[in-house]
Design a protein around this ligand. Structure first.
Ligand SMILES: *[C@@H]1O[C@H](CO)[C@@H](O)[C@H](O)[C@H]1NC(C)=O
Ligand SMILES: *[C@@H]1O[C@H](CO)[C@@H](O)[C@H](O)[C@H]1NC(C)=O
Ligand SMILES: *[C@@H]1O[C@H](CO)[C@@H](O)[C@H](O)[C@H]1NC(C)=O
Ligand SMILES: *[C@@H]1O[C@H](CO)[C@@H](O)[C@H](O)[C@H]1NC(C)=O
Ligand SMILES: *[C@@H]1O[C@H](CO)[C@@H](O)[C@H](O)[C@H]1NC(C)=O
Ligand SMILES: CC(=O)N[C@H]1CO[C@H](CO)[C@@H](O)[C@@H]1O
Length: 381
């Protein structure tokens, strides 16, 4: 009997030892080590906690408990020795005094981090209201570009449950050079009239999933730029804003293609556009977009539900010089559009609803005749 008890105690001890070993190290910025209380500037403490966590040989958690804190900037740099979770429960406020972060266009940046998890229900508040009115980057090449709330250059990572990005001075989340990253339950909010506050912009990234997100801003909900591959956007609610867009593509030479985009089970509500593919006029031949699927999309009060624009040219940026340079490149528009099962109704006064095509010849099936490109592409019965 005694022997049996002994071995049971032994097993229990081993179990405890192994769970203790698997327990990640916790780096709580509000502990004495880092010395932060809600209210003051958390910048130094957070940087220190990150450095300690990143150097830890076993998994670790950086915690920002609930409360409101000031954060001048954060640069979370890897590579780190083990997986890291950043659990932000509090509200982080960006500066409003016009000061610019060290990396001028980034408030909070993640670089070269593998196996990151950002979660905790907290809020990154960019406090952008003062900046939006001053933003003239659409027209002025030498403008000061405002800080993006969150910039990710990470792999094998998740951003989830629920991270809120509020009132960014610029794009809310920039996903660049990322691979295998899931964004789940992110909440992105800015007023409909805020300038350039895109929700999530993706470029040069592979295997990115955005799911169960709520995004309402003054610009694109999700925009997918060149070099994007295997992107899935599902169960995302957009609005207000400019809708979901691919592009703009073809502005620069040697852009990488956009391949394998799935947008499904999304709802767009009160948006200027629904789904867009934007290419600049006379796009260089290298610029292609293929295997793009939009499926099961609900649109409520949407301006241009489906817009495939091959002459995208905002604010007259297509200077004559630009045109001439590109015309000498071989223009090859490799597009095959298949439009099917579209059921839209128009509730406004300027009806009826039209479906226009220029420089596009889609294959059309099961679409109300009135919607199809009857005149420009020729509708075969
Ligand atoms: C993607 O990242 C997750 C961790 O977030 C990891 O468990 C998974 O194995 C990765 N998948 C691939 C294909 O690399
Ligand atoms: C991401 O995970 C995959 C699969 O586990 C692995 O092959 C790859 O090396 C990881 N990426 C990085 C940058 O460590
Ligand atoms: C999203 O963020 C806004 C602004 O902070 C907030 O009012 C709303 O409750 C958040 N939604 C969720 C689901 O967290
Ligand atoms: C992303 O979503 C697609 C489709 O739902 C799924 O096949 C894929 O495994 C997901 N990838 C990750 C990294 O979660
Ligand atoms: C959308 O969601 C429904 C219900 O979960 C599912 O049956 C359907 O297959 C989804 N659509 C796509 C394109 O994944
Ligand atoms: C902008 C940036 O930081 N890009 C980097 C993202 O990560 C990849 C892979 O680690 C680098 O090659 C990029 O330079």
């Amino acid at each position: 009997m005694a022997h049996k008890l002994n071995s049971m105690a032994m097993i229990l001890f081993l179990l405890l030892a192994s769970t203790a070993k698997a327990e990640p190290g916790v780096f709580d910025v509000t502990t004495a080590t880092y010395g932060v209380k809600p209210g003051p500037d958390i910048t130094q403490a957070l940087a220190k906690a990150w450095n300690d966590a990143c150097a830890s040989p076993s998994a670790s958690i950086v915690v920002v408990l609930s409360g409101t804190y000031k954060l001048r900037e954060a640069s979370f740099k890897g590579p780190c020795k083990a997986p890291i979770e950043i659990r932000v429960q509090g509200i982080l406020h960006a500066p409003t005094d016009g000061s610019r972060p060290t990396k001028k266009d980034t408030w909070v940046g993640f670089e070269h981090v593998n196996m990151l998890s950002l979660s905790g229900g907290g809020t990154f508040d960019g406090q952008g209201a003062l900046s939006w009115s001053k933003n003239d980057c659409n027209k002025n090449k030498n403008c000061k570009s405002n800080a993006i709330n969150l910039r990710f250059n990470i792999t094998n990572s998740t951003v989830q449950d629920i991270i809120t990005s509020l009132n960014s001075k610029n794009v809310h989340m920039n996903v660049f050079g990322c691979k295998n990253v899931t964004f789940q339950h992110v909440n992105i909010t800015a007023p409909g009239e805020s300038v350039n506050t895109d929700g999530i912009h993706i470029g040069h990234s592979t295997a990115i999933n955005i799911t169960d997100a709520n995004i309402g801003t003054g610009d694109d909900c999700v925009s997918i730029g060149h070099g994007s591959k295997e992107i899935t956007v599902t169960k995302v609610t957009c609005g207000p804003g400019h809708g979901i867009s691919i592009g703009s593509l073809g502005k620069y030479l040697n852009e990488e293609p956009v391949v394998g985009i799935r947008v499904n089970n999304c709802t767009l509500r009160n948006t200027q556009n629904g789904l867009r593919i934007k290419t600049w006029p006379a796009s260089p031949s290298a610029s292609t977009a293929s295997a793009i699927h939009f499926e099961d999309i609900i649109m409520v009060n949407v301006g241009n539900p489906v817009l495939i624009d091959q002459k995208y040219c905002p604010w007259n940026q297509c200077k004559k010089k630009f045109h001439r340079e590109l015309r000498s490149a071989i223009l090859y528009v490799a597009v095959a559009y298949h439009v099917a099962d579209i059921d839209l109704t128009y509730n406004g006064k300027k009806g009826p609803l039209t479906f226009q095509c220029s420089n596009v010849k889609p294959t059309i099936t099961r679409v109300t005749k009135a919607l199809a490109c009857a005149t420009s592409a020729g509708l075969k019965k």
